[in-house]
Design a protein around this ligand. Structure first.
Ligand code: NDP
Length: 441
C-alpha cells in the first residue's frame, strides 16, 4: 500500500465524503419518489407537524414499492455478468493505456470490444422483449426495486474493491483517512483476468443501463398509449447517441481522467452503477409516466438541433483531443464504428510543447476553449430538460447537477494540470484564454 499524505484532500475530506455518500443515496430515493408518487414534482412536508407522517409515508412507499426481490437481483446481476463476460471474451481492438506511475510506467492493454457487446446487448434485449420473455416495460414498472438493487450492489462492490486493494497490496495514493480513502478509492486499475472493472463499469454498465431504462420508459408509453410521443423519441435518440458514442469511441477512454487518474472508489463505482443511469434517466421516466404530450414542431425541431449540434461538438472535440494524444503515443487506430463524424481527426494540428513532454492541443475546437467538450455536454443536458417543457423544475435537475459536477471536475483537473505543467500551463492559458465559452468565459 502506498500512503501519500502530501496528496491534496479533495471533496472536503472525510466529512465531505460522508455527506456526498449520504446525499447520493437520498437524492436517488427522492427523485424516484417525486417521479413515482408526485407526478415528477418537487415535494416536501406541508409543515413541521407533518414531518413525522411524511417520513413514515416515505418509508412505507420504499418498503412497498422499491424493495428488490431475489429475482430483481438475479436479473440485474445477470446483466452485469453478461456485460462482464462479453468484455472479457469477445475479441476486439487492443489499445495501450497511458503509463501507470505506480506500476513503474507499465502500459495496460485495454480490449475495446464495447461496440460489439453494445449491439449484441441490444439484439438480445429486443429478442427478450418481442418474444415476451422479458418485456422491457418490466424495468419501468419495477424501477424502484432495480434502483435499490443497483445501489446495494454498488456499495458491496465498492467495499469489496477497497478491502481487496488493501489485502492484495494494490492500494495506492492513500491519505490514511479510512472513509475518505474508501470514497476516493484505493485501487487504480482493478482487474479480473483481462476484464478491467473500471472500464466495464464506466463504459458498459452506466450508459447501457441508462439507455435500457429509457427504452423501458418508451416500451411502457407504447404499451399504454399505442404510440411514442416526440419527447420520448427525443430521449431515446439522446441516450442512444450518448451510449453509442462511449461504445464506438471506447479506444479513446483509456486516456481520459477517470481511467488514468481516478481510483475505482465508492464515488466512481456508485455513480457508474447506480447514480448515472438512475438519476440521468429521470427525464425519460418523467415523460413516460405522464399522458403523452407533443410540443410544437418548431420547438421539437429546436431541441433536436440543439442536441445534434452539441453532440457534434462533444463527439468531435473528444475525438480530436484523444486521437491527437493517441497518435503521439502510438496507440491511434483508424476506426469504422458508426458514426465517424467529419473533423474528428486533425491532421498536423497546432500544439504546445511542454517541459514535461506531453503536448497540449491548441487546434480544432481546442483553439476556442480549454474545455469545449464540457460545454457541449452541458448543452446536451440542457436539451434533455427543454424537451420536457417548463411545467416543473425536476426535469432540469440533471443539467443543474451536471454543470455543478463538471465545474468542480474542471477545477480539480486544472489544479492537477497546473501542478504538472507549471509555467507551460500559464502559457497554455494565454494561448487559449477561455475555459468554456469562446470570448466569454
Ligand atoms: P478529459 O478527458 O478532458 O481529461 C482531462 C485531461 O486531458 C487533463 O488532465 C490533461 O491530461 C489532458 N488535457 C487537457 N487539455 C488538453 C489539451 N489541450 N491537449 C491535450 N491534452 C489535454 O476529462 P474528462 O474525463 O473529465 O472528460 C471526458 C468526457 O467525459 C467529457 O466530454 C465530459 O463531458 C464527459 N464526462 C461526462 C460525465 C457525465 O456524468 N455525463 C462525467 C464526467 C465526464 P494530461 O495530464 O494527459 O495532460
Amino acid at each position: 500500500m502506498t500512503t501519500d499524505k502530501s496528496n491534496e484532500i479533495e471533496f472536503g475530506g472525510t466529512l465531505g465524503a460522508v455527506v456526498i455518500i449520504t446525499l447520493s443515496h437520498l437524492l436517488m430515493l427522492y427523485l424516484w419518489l417525486a417521479w413515482r408518487f408526485h407526478d415528477g414534482v418537487v415535494f416536501y412536508p406541508e409543515g413541521i407537524s407533518d414531518a413525522g407522517a411524511f417520513f413514515v409515508q416515505i418509508r412505507e412507499r420504499i418498503v412497498a414499492h422499491a424493495t428488490p426481490s431475489w429475482s430483481t437481483f438475479a436479473i440485474y446481476w445477470s446483466f452485469l455478468a453478461a456485460e462482464g463476460l462479453m468484455a472479457a471474451l469477445i475479441p476486439g481492438l487492443e489499445i495501450k493505456g497511458l503509463p501507470v506511475p505506480s506500476r513503474g510506467g507499465e502500459r495496460l492493454i485495454y480490449r475495446c470490444n464495447a461496440i460489439t457487446a453494445w449491439w449484441l446487448t441490444l439484439a438480445g434485449v429486443a429478442a427478450l422483449h418481442f418474444t415476451g420473455i422479458f418485456p422491457l416495460q418490466t424495468i419501468y414498472e419495477q424501477f424502484g426495486s432495480f434502483m435499490i438493487a443497483a445501489m446495494i450492489t454498488a456499495n458491496v462492490i465498492a467495499l469489496a474493491v477497497y478491502f481487496g486493494a488493501r489485502v492484495t497490496g494494490n492500494a495506492e495514493r492513500m491519505s490514511g483517512k479510512i472513509l475518505y480513502d474508501f470514497f476516493m478509492g484505493a485501487w487504480l486499475n482493478p482487474r479480473i483476468g483481462t476484464l478491467d472493472l473500471k472500464m466495464w463499469a464506466e463504459v458498459r454498465v452506466s450508459w447501457l443501463t441508462l439507455f435500457l431504462l429509457t427504452t423501458s420508459g418508451a416500451a411502457h408509453q407504447f404499451t399504454a398509449y399505442g404510440a411514442l410521443s416526440s419527447p420520448m423519441i427525443f430521449m431515446l435518440v439522446a441516450h442512444f447517441l450518448y451510449a453509442n458514442a462511449c461504445m464506438k469511441g471506447e479506444e479513446c477512454i483509456p486516456t481520459t481522467w477517470d481511467i488514468f487518474h481516478e481510483k475505482w472508489g465508492w464515488m466512481l463505482v456508485f455513480w457508474n452503477l447506480a447514480g448515472v443511469p438512475f438519476v440521468y434517466s429521470f427525464n425519460s421516466m418523467y415523460i413516460a409516466s405522464r399522458p403523452p404530450f407533443d410540443p410544437s414542431i418548431q420547438y421539437t425541431a429546436f431541441c433536436f438541433v440543439l442536441l445534434f449540434g452539441a453532440y457534434y461538438v462533444w463527439d468531435t472535440a473528444n475525438g480530436q483531443r484523444n486521437r491527437f494524444r493517441m497518435r503521439l503515443n502510438g496507440s491511434y487506430v483508424k476506426r469504422k464504428t458508426f458514426p465517424q463524424l467529419p473533423w474528428t481527426t486533425l491532421e498536423n494540428p497546432r500544439h504546445l510543447d511542454t517541459e514535461v513532454g506531453s503536448k497540449l492541443l491548441v487546434d480544432g475546437w481546442w483553439r476556442y476553449a480549454r474545455k469545449p467538450h464540457y460545454t457541449a455536454d452541458a448543452l446536451m443536458a440542457l436539451s434533455w430538460g427543454l424537451i420536457c417543457g417548463f411545467d416543473h423544475i425536476l426535469p432540469y435537475f440533471y443539467v443543474m447537477f451536471f454543470v455543478a459536477m463538471i465545474l468542480h471536475r474542471a477545477g480539480r483537473d486544472i489544479a492537477r494540470c497546473k501542478k504538472k505543467y507549471g509555467a507551460d500551463w500559464d502559457r497554455y492559458g494565454k494561448e487559449v484564454p477561455h475555459l468554456f465559452i469562446p470570448k466569454v468565459f
